[in-house]
Design a protein around this ligand. Structure first.
Ligand code: SF4
Length: 358
């Protein structure tokens, strides 16, 4: 890079090595770096400081996309079907139980329960199914991202806090950070104008953390946002984490254009690795940075282990939302462990709260 940003880089390196917090300007300069190995060195330095053990974790889990019915029409989404569409579905209890049984049979401890904003499903549906799941299976429910929760509160005529407390008592353990996309309202207006605002997303996470439901945080990049807006997103997450400490991990994934209204190009592996490394450097109060196996595949996810990543997320038996956009990677336990071991780390199975199981 050239100009002021290039002059800034030695200062940024000194700050990272001294363990000082980086500014938004620093983040922006780093997002323009083309010397990827140098960025990897910095991110790996922070990763080793936070996670000195030569281990990479993952969770054995299964995604359940319980419904594809959704009225929000995000332009980057190829998964949803509008209410009344002939291809719309809601999984039956039996189908859900069968999928969870399959996960449990494979050593699964986590169910990621995520779907569209379906006007037919109110709080009693979720309370019932969560109680049924936790009553039958020894699994942790990681479910319902902020867009689903905010809408569920609205259609159920409850406050967000009450909704979260009722779901928690029914068995909801943690919340996935999906739907964050880019936490800048101009970007949200451009790609998902009917979805929650930045303030609503942050407030949902804040409330969840306050009532004792931790969450992960995500970033979907590579659609229409600028580098400065990616940095703004990271600063929003860092600031809320400072306030609540409720984020367990951060995961970045790039926009999957196939079959979407938005269309566009898929971000390169270079852009992905650079973005992940910058996230590791900016999010100094996050313990875990996760690679997106689903969108990047095993090879790039493996390289990301040297760019600040210390976790490979969940095994993937089946997933529909992201894969509807053209990505088809599956991740078995054997494959995940091979990828981790080949990169020089010991694979460790964790639970959803990032406690090591074995
Ligand atoms: S991304 Fe989620 S909220 Fe947006 S259209 Fe797809 S299913 Fe609906």
């Amino acid at each position: 890079m050239s100009g002021n940003g290039a002059r800034q880089l030695p200062e940024i390196e000194a700050k990272v090595l001294a363990g000082e917090r980086l500014s938004g300007e620093d983040g922006l300069a780093l997002l323009q770096v083309t010397n990827l190995p140098w960025l990897g060195f910095l991110a790996d330095t922070v990763r080793r400081r936070k996670r000195p053990e030569r281990e990479v974790t993952y969770v054995v889990g299964r995604i359940i996309n319980y419904t594809n019915v959704c009225w929000v029409k995000c332009t980057f989404c190829a998964f949803y079907r509008l209410p009344g569409h002939q291809d719309g579905y809601v999984l039956s209890r039996e189908e859900i139980f069968q999928k969870i049984q399959d996960a449990v049979d494979h050593g699964g401890t986590e169910v990621l329960f995520q779907g569209g904003l379906n006007p037919a499903l109110k709080i009693d549906y979720f309370e019932e199914i969560f109680r049924a799941i936790t009553g039958r299976f020894p699994v942790h429910i990681h479910g319902l991202s902020p867009a689903e929760l905010i809408y569920l509160a609205k259609v159920s005529r409850l406050s967000l806090r009450e909704t979260l407390l009722r779901l928690k008592s029914a068995g909801l353990g943690t919340i996935p950070g999906g739907g964050a996309e880019i936490l800048v309202d101009d970007v949200r207006q451009a790609i998902s104008p009917l979805k929650d605002t930045v303030e609503e997303w942050l407030d949902c996470m804040r409330t969840a953390h306050q009532v004792g439901i931790p969450s992960s945080a995500t970033m979907m990049f590579g659609s229409v946002e600028t580098a400065a807006q990616r940095v703004e997103h990271l600063l929003q997450l860092r600031s809320l984490q400072e306030e609540t400490g409720g984020f367990t991990a951060f995961v970045a994934w790039n926009f999957q254009p196939d079959g979407t209204e938005l269309k566009g190009k898929r971000a390169s592996a270079f852009d992905y690795l650079r973005t992940v490394a910058v996230a590791r450097l900016m999010l100094d109060n996050f313990d875990n940075i996760q690679a997106s196996w689903l969108t990047q595949g095993p090879k790039v996810a493996q390289i990301a282990l040297h760019y600040g990543v210390n976790d490979l997320g969940s095994t993937i038996f089946e997933e529909r939302v992201v894969s509807a956009g053209g990505t088809k990677f599956m991740a078995s336990r054997e494959e995940i462990e091979r990828v981790i071991a080949d990169a020089g780390y010991a694979p460790r199975v964790r639970n959803t709260r990032y406690e090591i199981l074995r």
